[in-house]
Design a protein around this ligand. Structure first.
Ligand SMILES: O=C(O)CCC(=O)C(=O)O
Length: 377
């Protein structure tokens, strides 16, 4: 479907399809080495089919509502990341590739500020319908999720090879698939114009209603991607993750609303001290709304009400989970950076592009890429 005319011509000349694919570092491995690689990837993967057709339909309706709400423009700017064949909706936390920052590259991803410059809260239905069954199956600790991203793919849509930034996200990375069956590929190298993907180390089916958990080697030491040829029908994924409390965050440029109100009231009083402004509580900042159906006029409640503030940092165990530990303990940040750079160094050049696909500053690049994909599909 996404083959260029030249590729078809070469196929008719008798050469195999594989000859036209980009080569990855894994293509040079012996069959024993590849087998070993495969074992390591599998060691960091857990899959369960937790959602039956009825549950899937219920959740898919909610995903559709999110799509409609985004089209109406009710979400904050950074909640929605549109591209022709794949839209992303960030809830709880959103992050950017740091192209506006002084230093660019892997490891430079930053969370958006909390509040108006950030993203919408995680909708209640995500907790009730998606997170809760995974917690009840004891696949993740209760109250662990503080970030939920919905990717909505059209046929031919993709996500280029990447590693979820380890200085931002705890492990495991949890994904739940909806609408149609698809595949998650590991260890691919992407080439563009036309888009081509090297032979994967592993093509893992991610079927409708299926939960996939990535940790250890599968999350940190090999890239994953969604190849365009594996998205045959509309497909959505809900990505549930935990952002570290000390993950780097962009400072807000807008003062918090109570500060603005206080400043305004002070100005109204001609610079005199205002007794009425001594309390920062106002009806404006006490509205909690479901982000799937908020009134655009309503001022949102930005103090994140999720359980994660109560939770202590997790320390990684063999299973890939972290044990609870005090957030005042300081150790993992630099270690995580080292791991990150190791992973990036080991991976293909396309990884660097891929990190852009996760942030607003990369969205321009991303949109261009996906425009290109549309042309060849
Ligand atoms: O679509 C998927 O299953 C994976 C998506 C993904 O890896 C991502 O958005 O970071």
């Amino acid at each position: 479907m996404y083959r260029s005319k030249n590729q078809w011509r070469r196929s008719r000349d008798g050469s195999s399809d594989d000859d036209n694919l980009p080569k990855s570092k894994y293509d040079n491995q012996t069959s024993e080495q590849r087998e070993e690689e495969l074992k390591k990837v599998h060691s960091g993967l857990v899959q369960r089919r937790l959602f039956d057709t009825e549950k899937c339909e219920e959740i898919e309706k909610k995903i559709e509502e999110v799509k409609m709400a985004a089209e109406k423009g009710v979400y904050k700017l950074h909640t929605v990341d549109r591209s022709p064949l794949r839209n992303k909706y960030f809830f709880g936390e959103g992050y950017t590739y740091g192209s506006q920052l002084e230093k660019k590259g892997p490891g430079m991803e930053r969370l958006y500020p909390k509040g108006p410059e950030g993203v919408d809260d995680i909708p209640q239905w995500v907790y009730d319908l998606v997170v809760k069954p995974i917690e009840e199956a004891k696949l993740i600790p209760k109250g662990w999720v503080n970030s939920a991203v919905i990717n909505d793919y059209l046929p031919g849509g993709c996500i280029v090879s990447h590693i979820d930034p380890p200085h931002i996200f705890d492990r495991p990375i949890v994904t739940v698939s909806f609408f149609s069956d698809c595949a998650l590929s590991f260890g691919c190298k992407f080439q563009f114009k036309p888009i081509r993907v090297s032979k994967p180390v592993l093509v893992l089916p991610v079927n409708r209603g299926c939960v996939t958990l990535m940790s250890g080697y599968a999350a940190d030491d090999i890239t994953h991607c969604i190849r365009p040829q594996d998205v045959k029908k509309r497909r959505a994924v809900v990505i549930l993750r935990r952002v570290f409390e000390d993950a780097p965050r962009i400072a807000p440029t807008v003062p918090p609303l109570p500060a603005l109100i206080a400043r305004y009231k002070a100005q109204q009083n001609g610079g005199k001290r205002s007794h009425s402004s001594s309390s920062s509580s106002s009806s404006d900042d006490s509205n909690a709304s479901d982000s799937a159906s908020p009134s655009p006029k309503k001022q949102k409640n930005h103090n994140h009400h999720h359980h994660h503030h109560k939770h202590k940092r997790h320390k990684r165990s063999k299973s890939g989970h972290r044990h609870h530990r005090r957030s005042s303990e300081h150790s993992s940040s630099s270690t995580r950076h080292v791991r990150r750079h190791k992973a990036s160094d080991d991976s293909d050049a396309s990884d660097h592009r891929s990190h852009r696909s996760h942030g607003s500053n990369g969205r321009k690049h991303n949109s261009k890429k996906e425009v290109r994909m549309k042309r060849v599909s």
